[in-house]
Design a protein. Structure first.
Length: 298
């Protein structure tokens, strides 16, 4: 897959002021990704404040961090990775502990009416929230790359899988870590991932950055992607942090069949996976309802 992408950003983008919901859903279905300019603009100031508060809190807790398989975790739940050489600390934030339980602005963004209309057009009438919201925070001066990957390497689903919406909190470009997507890659099925610095990723010789389309944008721009769409982002080479936040949604009957963060723990999960016909969605795996109704399933 090492040819230049033929699809351009213009083919996959729309502005929230001129939104055509059905056309947006068609773009998502065809390309596995969609950019909606300005969708999250009303929430950015409040979320940005909460993100910076969570970042300062996490850094103040670093001396209490415990080592885990993915890096180091502070008591509030933030994941740190080794910092690039020459940085003022030896660890940098990767996944910041902020979500629907910690930030009202974050939770309100997940319920945004226009967003929910788009998600319903993509997933159908019965939709639940998947997860608690996620924030990836690239620190400045070399902040970690996230190698190209499919989110389904981490949480493969029985049906269509979650729609992820990644939102820029600051203006984001090729210098501070724009998201790269590979339009159409959602049709390739589950790809084999390897262990990388940023956890499960695709082999760089098969999936070089040139195979992906960079999406620069303003604070408040949103990028929708299918759970199998290949995506990632390079280092933050600016002098300021580059946070993003992600809201995820899935059909109410959908559920994880295989999860993992390393090739070893994913291989274990693959061994435990129940045959698809026998697997069932468990009650504890039910997200809050976003649209529609969940009928009782015996
Ligand atoms: O922080 C980023 O830009 C990448 C996020 C991402 O790829 C992911 O969370 O799956």
């Amino acid at each position: 897959m090492n040819q230049e992408p033929k699809v351009t950003v213009e083919d996959i983008e729309m502005s929230v002021e001129a939104l055509d919901v059905q056309k947006a859903a068609d773009i998502f279905e065809e390309h596995g990704c969609l950019v909606v300019r300005g969708l999250m603009a009303p929430y950015i100031e409040a979320i940005h404040q909460d993100i910076e508060a969570a970042a300062a809190e996490s850094i103040s807790l670093l001396d209490k961090a415990e080592q885990i398989v993915e890096g180091w975790r502070t008591p509030n739940g933030t994941l740190f990775l080794p910092a690039p050489e020459g940085y003022e600390r030896d660890k940098q934030i990767m996944v910041l502990a902020i979500g629907y339980q910690t930030s009202a602005a974050f939770f309100q963004s997940a319920l945004d009416e226009t967003t929910v209309n788009l998600v319903e057009a993509i997933l159908g009438p019965n939709v639940e929230i998947f997860g608690n919201g996620q924030c990836l925070y690239k620190e400045p001066v070399g902040g970690h790359p996230k190698h190209l990957h499919q989110d389904s390497a981490y949480f493969e689903h029985r049906y269509q899988g979650p729609v992820g919406i990644l939102n820029y909190v600051v203006d984001t470009d090729l210098v501070n870590g724009a998201l790269h997507v590979v339009p159409g890659s959602h049709k390739l099925g589950q790809l084999k991932h390897i262990d990388t610095f940023s956890h499960l990723g695709l082999a760089a010789d098969e999936w070089p950055w040139e195979s992906a389309l960079p999406v620069s944008g303003k604070a408040g721009d949103s990028i929708f992607f299918n759970v199998k769409t290949v995506h990632g982002s390079k280092q933050n080479m600016s002098d300021k942090p580059r946070p993003i936040f992600i809201n995820r949604y899935r059909r109410t009957d959908d559920y994880v069949i295989i999860g993992g963060t390393t090739t070893a723990n994913r291989a274990e999960a693959e061994k435990r996976a129940v045959a698809a016909e026998e697997a069932k969605k468990s009650n504890s795996d039910r997200g809050l309802m976003l649209r529609g109704f969940r009928p009782f399933d015996s």
